[in-house]
Structures are given as C-alpha cells and as structure tokens.
Design a protein around this ligand. Structure first.
Ligand code: BTN
Length: 249
C-alpha cells in the first residue's frame, strides 16, 4: 500500500510555520503552479504525481507517482535579500536532510543540485511570482534504478538506490520543511553569510575543471553573493547563472 502525503498524515508532523497552509493534490501539472502569491509565506504545495514537472533552464522533472517528494514553498524574502540566493539555500537544506537520512555526506552542485557520491538525488527551482518566490524541490526517495530518469551527465539516484531502504515520505517531508525554515530564517537574518561556510564545505565543484557556457576553468568556490568563482586562463570570473559540466580528466 502506498503511504501518501495526504494532509491527515503530514500536518500533525509539522512543527513550524512552513506547511501552513498545506495544499495537497494526488496529481497536478506542477506544484510550482498551485501557490497563489497572496497566500501566507510558508504555504506549501505537495503532490504525488506531476504531469508537467518543471526543472531549471526549461527542462522537465519526472518521477513516478508516490515515490518522490515533490513540493513547492511560497517565500516572501525581505527586499534587502537577493532572492537568487534561494536555490542555493534550498539545496543546502535538502543536503542537510539527505545527509541525516542516509548517514553519508551530501553535497551541493552549484547552483541547485544535491549530490551524493556523484549522483543527483534532488533539484531545486526558484521562480519569482508577483513579488514572491516559489521554491520547488524534487527529491528522489523510493524510485528503483529502473524508474529514475535515463542516465545523464550527472546520473540520478534515489535515497533507495543509494542505501536500499524504502522510506515513508512523511517524516522526510516534515524534516525538509523544518530544515528549509531553519536555513531561511538564518538567511533572512544574516544573508548568505549565515550559511556560506557550510555551502563551501558542501561545494562538490571546488577544485574541479568545469565548463559553464563558453567559460572553462577551475571552480574556486562561491563568492559572498553565491556566484560561482571560476579561475580561467584569462583570470577569475564570477558566474551568476548557467549550467555547469565537469570536465573529464
Ligand atoms: C532542477 O534540478 O532542474 C530543478 C528541479 C525541481 C523539481 C521540483 S519538483 C517540485 C517542483 N515542481 C516542479 O514542477 N518543479 C519543482
């Protein structure tokens, strides 16, 4: 029997502001489209199956019904904070959760992927909507190898393919919302400085030869704004957006 993420199972497990209100659908096009911008900050949309799941840079995000965490959170960052930093913040919160669940290190691949042993287990998508930000998170939980997306430059994994354990997603979702709220509150207070040291520790690109668009060089960490630093033959660049591929040796 599939253990669902229905409100009667999830809401009693939520301790903080995130998840109130909690909007649940069995199926929807994308949880990114369920949160009206006038809802309170911390409103969360969750579904079992998306028919038009969205990834970064116009990509799709696919997961079989009932096997992943698919959720979006409505945030209203204060004007003095850079909303672009939220995808890194989301990645950090997911990495903390995943590391706790697996008991093995989880890293963040700039700007929005969560990796364990070189495999992508989660992605984060931050989209602006009428002055608010909808932060979407897709975390692969119970998929088998066969039901993960086809092999890509960065291969996909689920928590289950990594450790063989099939999990009830309810405590994971409650933990995710708690981690996200903790990271968000620290960021609201102090900006990226609140988490910069941890992001640097989790940065899977640091020291690797990478390409971003037409630029190539050695990844040299993140600057204070969360831009990716790239040491190229022509000097150091600060990259603010793009897709990073790691060069083979
Ligand atoms: C990426 O890695 O490109 C980001 C993927 C984000 C996927 C999540 S799943 C929940 C939310 N709804 C969507 O349509 N996308 C995000």
């Amino acid at each position: 029997m599939t253990r669902t993420l229905a409100p009667d199972r999830v809401v009693p497990e939520l301790a903080g502001r995130f998840g109130s209100p909690y909007l649940y659908r069995v199926a929807c096009a994308s949880t990114q489209r369920l949160l009206a911008p006038d809802l309170p900050e911390g409103a969360v949309a969750v579904c079992e199956k998306q028919t038009a799941g969205r990834g970064r840079l116009g990509r799709t995000w696919q997961a079989p019904a009932g096997e992943a965490l698919l959720c979006s959170v409505l945030l209203r960052p204060p004007p003095e904070r850079a909303a672009a930093e939220l995808s890194l913040l989301g990645g950090l919160a997911v990495a903390r959760l995943v590391e706790g669940a697996l008991g093995s290190p989880a890293g963040v691949k700039w700007p929005n992927d969560v990796l364990v042993r070189g495999h992508k287990v989660a992605g984060v998508l931050a989209e602006g909507v009428a002055g608010a930000v909808v932060l979407g998170i897709g975390l692969n939980v119970n998929q088998s190898e066969a039901s993960l997306p086809a092999p890509a430059r960065v291969p996909a994994a689920s928590l289950r393919t990594l450790d063989g354990v099939e999990r009830d997603r309810v405590p994971l979702l409650a933990g995710l919302l708690a981690e996200l709220e903790r990271a968000y509150d620290a960021w609201r207070e102090r900006g990226l400085a609140a988490v910069h040291a941890e992001l640097s520790r989790r940065d899977v690109l640091a020291g690797q030869r990478v390409r971003v668009g037409s630029a190539a060089g050695v990844a040299a960490g993140l600057d204070a704004t969360g831009a990716l630093l790239l040491d190229t033959d022509g000097g150091r660049l600060a990259i603010t957006s793009g897709d990073v591929s790691v060069d083979p040796f």
